[in-house]
Design a binder for this molecule. Structure first.
Ligand code: GCO
Ligand code: CA
Length: 265
C-alpha cells in the first residue's frame, strides 16, 4: 500500500475540508441528525445542534464536545416561525454565519391512512416539510448576502416509494424532494447549492420497532441488494460531499444511500 502522498492529502483536504465552516443541523440531539453532525464536525465544521428537548440537546453537546468537536446547541421548535426568527439571528450573532444548513428534523407516525387524525397529519407535514421551508428562509438571507451556501435536506427512500401505514411521512418526504429542487432553482443564482440525501433503512430510534420485528427485518433484507440495514455512519460521506467544495456544481439532486433498494423491484 503506497503511503498517502502529501499532495494527495492536500488535494483531498481542498475538496472535502469543512474547517472554518459553521453547520446547523436541525433535529440533531439524537438519531441520524446527531450522527450527521458528528461527521460534519469531524470534517472540520463548527456544528450547531438543534432540538426541542433541552436535556437531550445538552447531553448531545457534551458528548460531541468530549470527542473534541466544536459544538453549540440551540433549543428551538423548527415548526414555530417566531422561534426560528429569533433563533437564527441569535446563532449567527453568537456563533457566526451559517454556511451549511442540514434540514434533518423529522417524525414518523405510522397507521392506516383512513385512521390518521388531522392533527397527526399536520404534525408530520409541519415537522418534516414546512420546517425546511421556515428554517431555510431565515438562513438563506445570510447565504444570499454572502453569495454562498450549502443546504442539505434529509429526504428518504419514501421520497420515491411508499409502503403501507406511513402515508403522511411518505407525502412529506416526497414534498421535501421537490422542495429541494425548487430551492436549487430559486437560489442557484446566488451560488447556493441545495441537495438532498435519501437514507434507506438505517438502525435508529425511529426504525427500532421495525428492526425488532423478525418479519419486517427479513422482508427488508430481501428487498435490499446489500442484504442488511445501514449503519448511520454510512451516511456521513454523502453529507460531507454535499457540504463541501467537492459538490460545487451539484444542485437539485437527491443522493440515495440505501444499499441498492431503489435499484431493484
Ligand atoms: C418506515 C421507516 C422508514 C424509514 C426511512 C426509510 O416506517 O418504513 O420509518 O420510513 O424511517 O425513512 O428511508
Ligand atoms: Ca437482498
Amino acid at each position: 500500500m503506497l503511503p498517502h502522498s502529501s499532495t494527495t492529502s492536500a488535494f483531498l483536504q481542498e475538496l472535502f475540508d469543512l474547517t472554518g465552516k459553521i453547520a446547523l443541523i436541525t433535529g440533531s440531539s439524537q438519531g441520524l441528525g446527531c450522527v450527521l453532525a458528528r461527521g460534519l464536525g469531524q470534517a472540520g465544521a463548527t456544528i450547531v445542534l438543534n432540538g426541542r428537548n433541552r436535556e437531550k440537546l445538552r447531553n448531545a453537546v457534551c458528548a460531541l464536545t468530549d470527542e473534541g468537536l466544536k459544538v453549540h446547541g440551540y433549543a428551538f421548535d423548527v415548526t414555530n416561525s417566531v422561534d426560528i426568527q429569533q433563533a437564527i439571528p441569535r446563532i449567527e450573532q453568537e456563533v457566526g454565519p451559517i454556511e451549511i444548513l442540514v434540514n434533518n428534523a423529522g417524525v414518523q407516525r405510522r397507521g392506516q391512512l383512513e385512521s390518521i387524525p388531522e392533527a397527526t397529519w399536520r404534525e408530520v407535514l409541519e415537522t418534516n416539510l414546512t420546517s425546511a421551508f421556515l428554517v431555510s428562509n431565515q438562513v438563506i438571507k445570510g447565504m444570499i448576502a454572502r453569495k454562498s451556501g450549502k443546504i442539505i435536506n434529509i429526504c428518504s427512500l419514501m421520497s420515491e416509494v411508499g409502503r403501507r401505514t406511513i402515508a403522511p411521512y411518505t407525502a412529506s418526504k416526497g414534498g421535501l424532494k421537490m422542495l429541494t429542487k425548487a430551492m436549487a432553482i430559486d437560489w442557484g443564482g446566488y451560488n447556493i447549492q441545495v441537495n438532498g440525501i435519501g437514507p434507506g433503512y438505517f438502525l435508529t430510534e425511529m426504525t427500532r420497532p421495525l428492526a425488532e420485528n423478525p418479519e419486517f427485518d427479513a422482508w427488508l433484507k430481501s428487498r435490499t441488494p446489500m442484504d442488511r440495514w445501514g449503519d448511520p455512519r454510512e451516511l456521513v460521506g454523502a453529507a460531507v460531499f454535499l457540504a463541501s467544495p467537492a459538490s460545487s456544481f451539484v444542485s437539485g439532486q437527491i443522493l440515495y444511500v440505501d444499499g441498492g433498494v431503489l435499484a431493484t423491484l
